[in-house]
Design a protein around this ligand. Structure first.
Ligand code: IPE
Ligand code: MG
Length: 235
């Protein structure tokens, strides 16, 4: 979700005004997913590096997160959204951590939309954490080093219980991943738009989906193989 600051700057307003508009855009995206039957949405709200922004901006964002949780969670629950958070949660203040936990507990049984908020999240941190849990298992004798493979590491990163992401959307014109879901995005289709995050709407999202639908996903196979799934395979 990139471009909140520039959106505010264009209007000669403080950056936090852009972040507030960004929060409204989140609601539009969630509504879009519910309408279109999209079952999983993961939003990069705050990176492990964003802690280094000016303290006023970080403080304002924390207030905004807390307020959004206070206001929106009941409605999300009513809509059948299962909410969860990935990232280094222990860096947030206690009140925010408690709200996050309460939101997860309340919505845990919902199945319509898996809405994940990546906050204090970094893709490298995610992979490093997964490696550490494997190392702990080895040290405790529960796992042998030769048993560590893609499957086992992949099971320890965030979102391991969801299908791999189909589509990655970055707003704000930058052409990079910026330490989002590095492991999980291996075969994800990437889509970039100059639209600033607060301006994102159903029309932009429809364009992303249409572009996605026009692509051929080969996962390392040949075009022939994916068009005629039986050809060239023994099973
Ligand atoms: C993204 O918008 C929101 C957060 C990182 C919290 P930015 O704040 O990065 O907006 P720009 O890039 O300055 O426009
Ligand atoms: Mg930015």
């Amino acid at each position: 979700m990139d471009g909140n600051g520039r959106w505010a700057q264009q209007r000669h307003r403080p950056r936090l005004v852009g972040h507030r508009a960004g929060a409204r855009a989140v609601k539009r995206c969630v509504e879009f997913c519910l309408q279109r039957g999209i079952e999983a949405l993961t939003l990069f709200a705050f990176s492990s590096e964003n802690w280094n922004r000016p303290p006023e901006e970080v403080g304002g964002l924390m207030k905004l997160f807390l307020g959004a949780l206070e206001r929106e969670v009941d409605e999300l629950h009513r809509l059948g959204v299962c909410l969860r958070f990935i990232g280094a949660r222990d860096r947030f203040e206690a009140a925010l951590q408690a709200r996050m936990q309460a939101a997860e507990d309340l919505t845990a049984g919902n199945t319509r939309l898996a809405l994940t908020i990546a906050a204090s999240y970094g893709g490298r941190q995610d992979i490093a954490h997964a490696a550490r849990t494997l190392a702990e298992d080895v040290a405790a004798g529960r796992l042998r080093p030769e048993q560590i493979d893609e499957h086992r590491l992949g099971a320890r990163v965030a979102l391991a219980d969801l299908p791999a992401p189909d589509l990655f959307i970055r707003t704000g014109g930058e052409l990079r991943i910026s330490n989002f879901l590095l492991w999980q995005l291996a075969y994800t289709e990437l889509w970039f738009t100059d639209t600033l995050w607060p301006d994102i709407d159903a029309a932009v999202l429809e364009r992303a989906l249409a572009d996605y639908a026009s692509r051929e996903r080969r996962f390392g196979l040949t075009s022939d193989q994916v068009r005629r799934p039986s050809s060239g395979r023994t099973s």
